[in-house]
Structures are given as C-alpha cells and as structure tokens.
Design a protein around this ligand. Structure first.
Ligand SMILES: [Mn+2]
Length: 360
C-alpha cells in the first residue's frame, strides 16, 4: 500500500527543471553521480535564503555520500546561526587558506542565490580561477549565467524553493532529512517575508507542505528567525521610525536614514537593521521605501516596493546596484545629506505629484 506521504513525492516537480534539454539533463546527472568533493558558495551578507539553500543542499548531498563544504565570503547574522550544520561553514574572511584549499580540491561547485560573481566579494577571484564544472541555482533577474549549468527561475520567490525542485528532479529528495528541510523552509520563509511577498504561486505551498512533511518545523523557524531581537535592535527600530524616517506623501514614498553614529548609539550588531526598510511599506499610501545605512566607505541602500512599482531599475540606474523587482540594493558615494538630496531628485524625475510614474 502506498502511503499518502510516499504519494506526495511522486506527484511531480513544481514548475522547475521541466524544460531542461537532454544534454544538460545528462551532464548534470553525471556530475551528481561522479563528483566526490563539492563546494557550495553563496553571496556576501548572507540572508536566510542564501544560508538556508546552502545548508539544505549540503545536508542532502552529504547523506548521498558526498564530501560537501559551504564556503561563505562572510558570516551569517546571529538569527541564522542556529541552522543545522551552520557551525561547519567555512568563512573566507576568517580562513582564506582553508577556503582556497577546499575550492582547489573540489570537483564540482554550486553557486546559490546570486547572479553575478561580484556578489561574493573577496571570494570572487577564488571562484573565477576554479576550472571545474559549476551549477548555478538562482532566482535573481539579469544575472550573468556564469556557471557551466545555469538554472535561473526568476518567477520563484526563493532559491531554497529551486534547490528543493533540483533535489526532486535529480532524484536526491530521498536524502533530504528534517535538518535539510528546516534549512530550505527557512530560505522560503525569509525570502517571502513569511509568505507576505513573492509567494503568489501555489507551488511555494506545495514545496512548503513537502518540507513540513519531512519534519521542518515552521513555528520553530518563525520563532528562531523573528523573535530573537535584542533590546538594542528594538530601540534602534523605534528611533528609526520616530526620528529618522521621512515620508514623501506626494510621491507615495518614504526613506529611513541611519548614520554610523546612530548605529553606534544603539550598539548595532550585524543584521540589526534587517527588515527596517519594509516598515514604511506598511503605511497605506507608501509604495516605495528606501533604507540608507552609512558604512565606512559608502552609504548602503536597500530598496523595497509594492508590486506595481519596480525598484531594481532605480537601483541599477542611480545606485550601482540591482536585484528583484520589489527588493533591490545599491550604493551611494557621498554624505548622508547628499544621499537624501539625490533621492529626492530621483523621486521628482520618476513620479509626478499624483504619484504616477513618469520616468520609471
Ligand atoms: Mn534569495
């Protein structure tokens, strides 16, 4: 008798990997069988999707008998360090020689959740000198398809969902256990902001259901990711909203700006400002939000928008950045007041006073 559980795994892939051509199919299958030493990379300032995808894939491939290591440009924020096997991750910034050695001896490399090797910072030259085969799994638009095999599905809300479909398609799902499923579900939850955005496609719920059936604990993930803030972080958020937010009613936009001094006042730790940029969007008449964070060498921008307005174009055109339609990043070189002035100019040329886009 076939149980309901078994039946779910024969129900087919959610929408990825259906159209890959025969030669790619055969080449990737061969790589997955023959490779022994595998290195997995993901982008700098890793978020839940980056880390969750990397650790979920690692778990399944290890159980398949592979020697797998995750190499990151820099460490994950505290609210992601509880993920299973995070302690095995090699951070290039702390241990460059070890990371280089792993890449040199690898016979297959995975790149997860970035479309351009520029996104892996100091690791970029290490990856570029790697001569062996590589597989890219990503959902960012306008990527460079730099790998030997590129699986980029921009309609997916997270790379973790693509990793799940990859495992499913290449008959590796049987190796995914509760720990790996928890990592992948963390990726899905964080990149969709808890199923609030980028999750209109029902596939995401099918994948979520299967991950939960494997033992991923959704409630635990929400608690570990979202209920772990420090008092300093809460107070920095309060300060940001009360003293560092500007609302531009006529452009339906808002920004939050934080200087190094502001961050220091609240004992800022890496990851503390994560999610701040989303708060202005919860106002009825705001559909475009930007967070300016002062860093040593530049002002970092996070841009977010409601579905009807694309921020990746703005990030690319004005801020040397890019990203998704409704979530992008960029940089500004200059003082904070210049950054805000330039933002106000951009609002003026992008919208008319009724908030209509005139130059998107
Ligand atoms: Mn992602």
């Amino acid at each position: 008798m076939i149980s309901i559980f078994e039946n779910m795994f024969t129900s087919g892939n959610p929408n990825c990997f259906k159209d890959i051509n025969n030669s790619t199919e055969a080449a990737v299958r061969k790589l997955l069988i023959e490779s022994r030493k595998i290195v997995i990379f993901t982008h700098k300032n890793p978020d839940g999707d980056a880390i969750g995808s990397a650790l979920g894939l690692t778990q399944a491939l290890r159980d398949r008998g592979k020697d797998v290591h995750v190499v990151l440009p820099d460490s994950a924020p505290g609210f992601l360090r509880w993920l299973p096997a995070y302690q095995d991750v090699v951070i290039f910034g702390y241990n460059p020689e070890k990371a280089k050695g792993m890449v040199e001896s690898a016979d297959l490399v995975f790149c997860l959740d970035f479309g351009d090797t520029e996104r892996i910072g100091k690791l970029e030259p290490v990856v570029q000198t790697f001569q062996g085969p590589s597989i890219l799994l990503d959902h960012h638009p306008a990527g460079k398809n730099f790998a030997s095999h590129n699986f980029v599905y921009t309609n997916k809300g997270s790379t973790a969902e693509i990793v799940f479909s990859f495992l499913d398609h290449f008959d590796l799902l049987e190796y995914l256990n509760e720990s790996g499923a928890t990592c992948l579900l963390t990726g899905i939850i964080t990149d969709t902001l808890g199923f609030k955005v980028a999750s209109s496609n029902p596939d995401v719920f099918e994948v979520t259901m299967k991950l939960m059936a494997l033992g991923a604990n959704k409630d635990l993930i929400f608690d570990k990711v979202y209920n772990q803030y420090s008092a300093d972080r809460m107070q920095l958020l309060g300060f940001s909203l009360s003293s560092r937010m500007i609302i531009y009613e006529k452009y339906q936009a808002a920004c939050i700006y934080l200087s190094i001094a502001d961050l220091e006042r609240f004992n800022h730790k890496k990851g503390d400002t994560e999610g701040f940029v989303n708060y202005p969007l919860s106002m009825a008449n705001v559909r475009f939000s930007v967070l300016f964070t002062e860093q040593d060498d530049c002002i970092k921008l996070s841009l977010r928008s409601k579905p009807d307005f694309a921020v990746n174009q703005i990030a690319k055109k004005y801020y040397e950045g890019g990203g998704h339609r409704n979530a992008a990043g960029g940089k500004f070189f200059g003082t904070m007041s210049d950054a805000i002035k330039s933002f106000e100019n951009i609002l003026q040329v992008t919208f008319d006073t009724s908030g209509e886009i005139v130059n998107g």
